[in-house]
Design a protein around this ligand. Structure first.
Ligand code: ADP
Length: 257
């Protein structure tokens, strides 16, 4: 089952063409890693998929439905978006904030199913002990995990996560990625932007490598070769293929990169 399909997507900020002819397909159960250097268009791409930005041309469908024609609860049941940053604004417990992820599924009163989903997500992400804390009292990394938990609790068909690993330590990174893998089913997919190529290689089924708003390469983790990484990032790397999934060691910036 195809979860997400992009066909010839173009997007410009004012007159500056930022995404150029982006096409790809994500199958159910799949985790798509979107990688590329700063400014290559990763966040812009997620915002186009999420209807926050309107593409100049091209089509985005989630399970066959055009994103441009969806809104409100229909959109929120289809798609969840965890942005890079979001400030806590009003006092709320961790539990209650994660529970707001259930809004697209609930009536005015949360059901016992909603409460169970939230409890399970908090447990999977190791957030149980923080459940009754005010979100304003959390560290940056803890708060980030809570936002990710809210995305999981929303149970959309497609979950978009923008650099979820930023500000998380190693243990929290693995907890989030393992929870994400466990969360995926044949009828769901996720697209995640990554800076860490090793984590992307280890956890993703598909990678989309962006350079200057274009797809430079696309495929399984095996596409992370020296020939691809060096021109995209302007960095000399060593790539070990001792394991099925490549392991990348950055060496030095390339001259003129
Ligand atoms: P990435 O997520 O890969 O770092 P972005 O999608 O944030 O890249 O940015 C892609 C390009 O679009 C960059 O050149 C950036 O400066 C530009 N850009 C991002 N947001 C805006 C904006 N709101 N207005 C104008 N240009 C923007």
């Amino acid at each position: 089952m195809v979860i997400l399909k992009l066909e010839d997507l173009d997007f410009s900020y004012n007159k500056s063409r930022t995404l150029k002819e982006i096409s790809f397909t994500l199958e159910g159960g799949g985790l798509l890693g979107i990688v590329g250097p700063n400014g290559s268009g990763k966040t812009t791409l997620l915002k186009c998929i999420n209807n926050l930005l309107t593409p100049d041309s091209g089509e985005i469908t989630v399970k066959g439905e055009k994103m441009s024609e969806l809104g409100g609860r229909d959109l929120a049941r289809k798609l969840g978006f965890v942005p890079q940053t979001e400030e806590p604004v009003f006092p709320s417990t961790v539990f209650d904030l994660v529970l707001t992820g259930r809004t697209p599924h609930s009536s005015w009163k949360p059901s016992s199913d909603d409460l169970t989903v939230v409890s399970d997500v908090l447990k999977d992400l190791g957030l149980e002990e923080l459940a009754l804390r005010d979100v304003n009292s959390l560290s940056g990394g803890q708060f980030r995990k809570v936002l990710i938990a809210r995305g999981f609790a929303q149970e959309p068909e497609l979950l978009l996560l923008d650099e979820p690993m930023a500000s998380l330590d190693l243990r929290h990174q693995l907890e989030v990625l393992n929870t994400l893998r466990g969360w995926l089913t044949e009828s769901r997919g996720a697209a995640v932007t990554f800076h860490d190529l090793n984590l992307a290689a280890k956890y993703c089924d598909e990678l989309l490598i962006l350079k200057d708003g274009e797809v430079f390469a696309r495929g399984g983790p095996e596409i992370l070769t020296r020939e691809v990484i060096e021109p995209v990032y302007g960095v000399e790397v060593e790539v070990s293929k001792a394991t099925v999934r490549p392991s990348i060691t950055p060496i030095r910036p390339l001259a003129g990169g």
